[in-house]
Design a protein around this ligand. Structure first.
Ligand SMILES: Cc1cc2nc3c(=O)[nH]c(=O)nc-3n(C[C@H](O)[C@H](O)[C@H](O)COP(=O)(O)OP(=O)(O)OC[C@H]3O[C@@H](n4cnc5c(N)ncnc54)[C@H](O)[C@@H]3O)c2cc1C
Length: 304
């Protein structure tokens, strides 16, 4: 079985990257995960998902920004997206990454950019999820979130069950009164900071999920893992949590039957929809989550 770290390394090889980006054979898989490259397409897809009963979070793809001007531009793109959502009337919030807004350049620059986006969202009655990136950014992401949340309660953030530190972070966010999206975690992390085995990651997810459902504000359970989703439903029943008081969140293009099933059962279900030209890092994390995705595209290469 290929490890996540191995697949992410392969994905960094220039020849592989070039092939994925430019070959017609790989475009089917790219399209499965990425909604498109422009805001109009993203809004159209959000509308279609709304019509099927889903809520949506739009992610304008981008991360690891190293130029101040690019970070500022990204925040403007998000403000523009919020305007588009408002004018089109689609039911969609947004989801952003702090390294896209300049976290690796300086925390104060990132804070300025983030605050602009949060303010625009607040003025337009919208909500902002702050995605969680690699463990190198966890501390700063939670610090900035904690500083801005009291002024912008229209925001929430993400915790990853693979990190050893997450139980404490969950306590912190519950005390703060913030919404939390619980995920397993998508980055290649060393064993010094994260559980190396899936069994341990899933066990910690279960424990954190139980606490979040019991004590958290409008908890968001973000997984395609049917065992954990079944457990979430059982906990919600045990805690008399109505179906619209928790939110299941799933990624665009993944486990589509499960997505439909949740909606048909009356659960509040949100689809995370990424779009934009900078799709490659997001796409490579989706490959790494499921080696079958990599086999699928490699097979198409050898069939050529
Ligand atoms: C809405 C949402 C937001 C997220 N935000 C973040 C974030 O901010 N930070 C972060 O680190 N991670 C984030 N993630 C990703 C998350 O950490 C996991 O990497 C991802 O969800 C896969 O794990 P899983 O919980 O689905 O469980 P797994 O045990 O990995 O998968 C369960 C089943 O889901 C299906 N599946 C899962 N992934 C794929 C795939 N790539 N292709 C095809 N089928 C697949 C398979 O059938 C698999 O058996 C987010 C996930 C979701 C759903």
């Amino acid at each position: 079985m290929l490890s996540r770290a191995f697949v992410l390394k392969v994905a960094e090889l220039p020849a592989f990257k070039n092939w994925i980006k430019h070959s017609r054979m790989t475009q089917g898989l790219v399209k499965r995960f990425i909604a498109g490259e422009d805001v109009e397409t993203a809004i159209r897809i959000a509308r279609e998902l709304n019509q099927q009963g889903f809520k949506v979070a739009l992610d304008f793809l981008g991360e690891d920004t190293h130029q101040e001007s690019d970070a500022e531009m990204a925040s403007r793109q998000y403000m523009n997206l919020l305007e588009h959502i408002y004018k089109s009337g689609v039911d969609s919030c947004i989801s952003i990454k702090l390294t896209q807004l300049g976290l690796d350049i300086s925390e104060s620059l990132c804070k300025q950019n983030l605050e602009r986006v949060l303010k625009t969202a607040q003025d337009l009655g919208n909500f902002v999820w702050i995605d969680m990136e690699s463990s190198k950014h966890t501390e700063a992401t939670l610090r900035l979130f904690g500083e801005l949340f009291p002024q912008y309660p229209n925001s929430g953030t993400v915790l990853q069950s693979y990190l050893y530190r997450t139980p404490e972070d969950l306590e912190f966010l519950i005390r703060l009164g913030a919404r939390v999206r619980l995920v397993k975690g998508a980055y290649a992390e060393p064993p010094e900071v994260a559980y190396p085995s899936k069994k341990q990651v899933d066990a910690q997810f279960d424990l954190l999920m139980r606490k979040l459902l019991l004590e958290g504000k409008e908890p968001a359970i973000a997984t395609h893992d049917t065992k954990l989703i079944t457990k979430a439903k059982q906990y919600a029943q045990e805690f008399a949590l109505a179906k619209d008081r928790l939110e299941f969140q799933l990624l665009y293009g993944i486990s589509r039957e499960l997505q439909k099933q949740l909606v048909s059962e009356g659960y509040r279900t949100l689809i995370y929809v990424p779009y934009g030209e900078q799709w490659y890092p997001y796409f490579s994390r989706r490959l790494a989550e499921r080696p079958a995705n990599l086999y699928f595209i490699l097979r198409s290469l050898f069939r050529k």
